[in-house]
Structure formats: C-alpha cells, structure tokens
Design a binder for this molecule. Structure first.
Ligand code: CDP
Length: 280
C-alpha cells in the first residue's frame, strides 16, 4: 500500500445537473463567516472562514519603524505579511516564506495602501500579519477582505472598505468564487478587488484563457458577488462595535473619593520623606 497522498484533480468540475462539485450553482459563493476583534494581543484583528479557507489577520501599529532607514518623514508605511501555515494545504508547506507568499503579500499591500490615511502617521509603520490556517482557493481574496477588517478594528483611518473575490472558468462555464480544485484544474482564474470609496478596481489578476465577452460577464458577476461580501464585512464590523458598547455598559468605574486622594498624597509624601532620610 502506498503511503503517498496523491494530489488528484477531478476530471469534471461541473456535474450533469449543472452544479459544481461542492453542490454550488455557477454564480454561488461559498459560505462566508467573519469576526472582528479576535486576537486580544493585537491592536486590531479579524478572522474569516470562506469555504475551506480559514484566515487570521492581526494588525500592529502605528508604531516606530525598524530599521529606521525605512521610515518616511511625510507618511507612515504599510507592511503586509501573507503566510501559509505548514498544515494549511494537503502537502506540507515549507515554513519559510516562498516567492508566492512574497508576491501575494505585495499585491495585498498594493490593494490596501491607497485607502489608508497613512499620511497621518509620519515615521511610523502599520504591520498586518495574515496567517492562513487552511487554504482552499481564493486565499488572496479572503486575505484582503480580512486584512481591511483588522485595520478598521485597529482604528487606522481609511477611506472605505475593500472586498475581493475570484471569478473563473471551468468546463467551459463561467463561475464565481473558485474553490481549490476549480482553481487548479479550471481554464481561468480572475481575482479582483474593489475599493468602495471610489468604486475603483484595487486588484485585478488573470491566469488562463477567456474571450472578451466572457471577461465582461465575469466582471459583472464579480461586482454582484462583491456587494454581497461587502455587506458581510460591514455586519462583522458593526457587531464588533455592538459588543464593545455592551461591554462598556457593564463597566463600572472605581469611585475614588476626595478623602482617599488626600490620604494617598499624604502617605506618598510620608514615604518620600522617609526615603529621603535614608539617603542622607
Ligand atoms: O489562494 P489563491 O487562489 O489566492 O492563490 P493560488 O496561488 O491561485 O493558489 C490556489 C490554491 O492552491 C490555494 O488556495 C491553495 O488551496 C492551493 N495551494 C496549495 O495547495 N499549495 C501551495 N503551496 C499553494 C497553494
């Protein structure tokens, strides 16, 4: 018996009933769940489950730039780190960041940077660490969606949200939100992000073959899908604020009376005097 796990690709990606292998219609998204504020140690964070993708984003900053020569006196800088855990894919991934991860880190940064008011933070850096726990096609899109939520959670001022999704072509049919199998075995993959404050494309990549008509139709389907995903992002953000509000409602500040303060000052003075005596 062979111990090797074979990375087999299915021959047909669309069944007789016109449905995809996971039962979806051609223009149907996978289930998406997002949560904001999930990592207490980070300045801002978010989590997304998008089909088989599971991704955390943690934001640190604005904080001092290291090395110092990277700092810009007129604005803050953004650093993004897209990382796949070794166990996120079927074959163990090497822990060191490869070329693909560096490239995806860069395109995430390029998509997000223009919507942030980084000019408010000269000499500072905002860092976004994105960890893929499980990958199943369209991770770059999931990462953009979750990274912008983590940045909003960190309170980094922004012009608006960014949302991303990939369209594709399998068995000659146009689809939306490609799964891992569809990504690997399909005829085309078209990840696209939109920045909502100006309705401009923030990311557009293309791999495969489509004619112009198919491309146009895919863009229409992408926009329709992006609007649905944006609503989920907004709901996740609102929920975070409702949670914080509820938490604050139950928060009772400790009352310190004026008498207590005077007593405290007296005892501090006393301590200082005693300390002073010892050093003389
Ligand atoms: O994830 P995304 O579609 O943005 O990027 P991709 O480079 O087109 O990768 C497609 C899929 O291939 C990923 O989502 C993973 O499921 C899979 N993959 C993998 O199995 N092993 C890798 N080292 C990289 C990607």
């Amino acid at each position: 018996m062979s111990l090797l796990i074979k990375d087999e690709s299915p021959e047909k990606l669309i069944g007789e009933d016109g449905k995809r292998l996971d039962g979806r219609d051609l223009n149907e998204l996978r289930p998406i769940m997002m949560e904001v504020g999930v990592i207490p140690n980070a300045d801002g964070s978010a989590y997304i489950e998008w089909g088989g993708n599971k991704v955390y984003a943690a934001v640190y900053g604005p904080r001092e730039v290291h090395p110092r020569h990277d700092a810009r006196p007129d604005r803050g800088i953004l650093r993004t780190f897209y990382r796949m855990t070794t166990f996120s894919v079927s074959e163990r991934k090497r822990p060191a960041p490869g070329r693909r991860e560096k490239e995806i880190s860069m395109i995430i940064k390029m998509a997000i940077e223009p919507v942030l008011f980084l000019e408010l933070y000269p000499d500072s850096v905002v860092e976004v660490f994105i960890e893929i726990i499980s990958a199943d096609g369209g991770t770059r899109c999931a990462c953009i969606a979750v990274a912008i939520l983590a940045l909003a959670d960190a309170g980094i001022p922004m012009k608006g949200l960014i949302t991303a999704v990939a369209a594709g072509k399998v068995d000659g049919k146009l689809i939306i939100d490609c799964s891992g199998d569809e990504d690997k075995s399909g005829e085309a993959d078209l990840p696209c992000a939109i920045s909502w404050y100006n309705n401009q494309i923030a990311l557009l990549q293309f791999d495969g073959i489509m004619n112009l008509e198919e491309f146009d139709k895919s863009i229409d389907q992408i926009i329709e899908a992006l609007e649905k995903i944006r609503k989920l992002q907004e709901e996740a953000l609102k929920k975070r604020y409702i949670d914080v509000r509820d938490h604050l409602k139950n928060y009772k500040p400790k009352v310190v009376t004026t008498n207590n303060i005077e007593e405290k000052i007296d005892s501090n003075n006393q301590k200082n005097q005693n300390g002073g005596d010892q050093t003389e």
